[in-house]
Design a protein around this ligand. Structure first.
Ligand code: ADP
Length: 397
């Protein structure tokens, strides 16, 4: 089935046309600066790449139209007509407690998505705009599916998702751990089971999605049982520019001392903290490795703090699940940094982790990077959220 996967942001829209039969990516690209000057990028195997050309995109509808025009273009396109697109899968950030899985979109689902806006005020409105734009441009007959970042984590037990706050904040205000990157964690967990030749139900996994945003998830029997991100994606390990977990008492202290309001404080926690904040150099781990190697101690500290943070979650989740069969590394850093994988896994020999340094010298390829004798397997698995969205969409349609 040909499925168009859409990831709509407030001023951008990523797209991929996939054939779920053979899991081929037929075309992909990006619409940027929607509402401003509109830039369009398109890439398809064997076709001319279009890179950031000007296309008028006052709204997401024109962006979707530009995508469809490119896909059916007689010369550069990959399908003969729009009718070949049998379904659209949308990435939606927050499904609250309403959605524990992907769902075919109808009026009731749209209303429920609107209800989730307060939980993700920056992301969900853009996702909804993307859905409405597809409905407007493609018509209501093309089935659309919502795939949520939070859904995979809805299997967490109360002991993992409840915050130690007055209970009414959970009951009335829905404040709890939701977790994110669920599509990625679910995908790599499924791949891990296949690589190990086991059923998901037989496995205790810890998946480390380490990118600009990072999260670690405990997956027991194919179900997420705990995850490092929380009510928002600010929690857990230190990230590119996000602080990760910290003592909430720091907020009052810093706000008082520097006369900041809560917006300024939260903006610092989201945009100026993490490895960027500590190093003062960059949020990009490649820059940090370079700076660290050249003797910049804060850059080295930032990377060490990140690796240490991930290691601590691995230990915590092994304890929470009463063991672990495999640890998975994925996303930008997890897929591309042998050094960081090695550093994170070092010291875990006591629990049966034995890295294979030779096998670990690999980037972006499904590989077992532990020794054959390692009791706990360590796996590198490139994530593929678009494919997961397309497969979920095809299954529902
Ligand atoms: P996002 O959360 O934006 O999707 P990605 O998963 O693309 O992030 O990860 C981006 C991060 O991956 C960047 O910090 C980048 O430095 C890091 N990364 C990419 N390639 C490498 C590499 N070869 N070595 C170390 N880090 C890398």
């Amino acid at each position: 089935m040909k499925v168009l996967v859409i990831n709509a942001g407030s001023s951008s829209l990523k797209y991929q046309l996939l054939d779920t039969a053979n899991q081929d990516v037929l075309a992909k690209g990006l619409c940027e600066r929607i509402g401003l000057d509109g830039k369009f990028t398109y890439k398809a195997p064997g076709k001319t790449t279009i890179k950031a050309v000007d296309v008028a995109m006052p709204t997401h509808s024109e962006a979707i139209q530009a995508v469809l025009d490119a896909l059916v273009d007689p010369e550069n396109g990959v399908i003969a007509s729009m009718k070949e697109i049998e379904a659209v899968g949308h990435r939606v950030v927050h499904g609250g407690e309403t959605f524990a899985g992907s769902v075919k979109i109808d009026d009731k689902v749209m209303a429920a998505l609107e209800e989730c806006i307060p939980l993700a005020p920056l992301h969900n409105p853009a996702n909804i705009t993307g859905i409405k734009a597809c409905q407007a441009v493609m018509g209501m007959d093309v089935p659309q599916v919502a795939v949520f970042d939070t859904a995979f984590h809805q299997t967490m037990p109360p002991v993992a998702y409840t915050y130690a706050l007055p209970y009414e904040y959970y009951e009335q205000d829905k404040v709890r751990r939701y977790g994110f990157h669920g599509t990625s964690h679910k995908y790599v967990a499924q791949r891990a089971a296949e690589m190990l030749g086991k059923k998901p139900e037989e496995l205790k996994l810890i998946s480390c999605h380490l990118g600009n945003g990072s999260s670690v998830t405990a997956i027991d029997g194919g179900k997420s049982v705990d995850t490092s991100m929380g009510f928002t994606p600010l929690a857990g390990v230190p990230m590119g520019t996000r602080s990760g977990d910290l003592d909430a008492g720091i907020l009052e202290y810093l706000m008082g001392k520097h006369g900041m309001d809560i917006q300024e404080m939260v903006s610092i926690l989201n945009k100026k903290s993490g490895v960027m904040g500590v190093s003062g150099v960059s949020s990009d781990f490649r820059d940090l490795e370079e700076a660290g190697a050249a003797g910049n101690q804060r850059a080295a500290l930032a990377v060490d703090m990140f690796n240490y943070g991930v290691k601590k979650f691995i230990g915590a989740y092994a304890a929470a699940m009463g063991g672990v069969d495999a640890i998975i590394f994925t996303a930008g850093v997890g897929e591309n940094s042998p050094e960081q994988r090695l550093d994170i896994a070092s010291g875990l020999e006591f629990m049966g982790v034995e890295m294979d340094e030779q096998a670990n010298k690999v980037r972006g390829e499904e590989t077992v990077i532990s020794t054959p004798n390692s009791k706990v397997k360590v796996l590198l698995i490139p994530t593929n959220e678009e494919l997961m969205i397309a497969l979920d969409t095809a299954a529902l349609v």
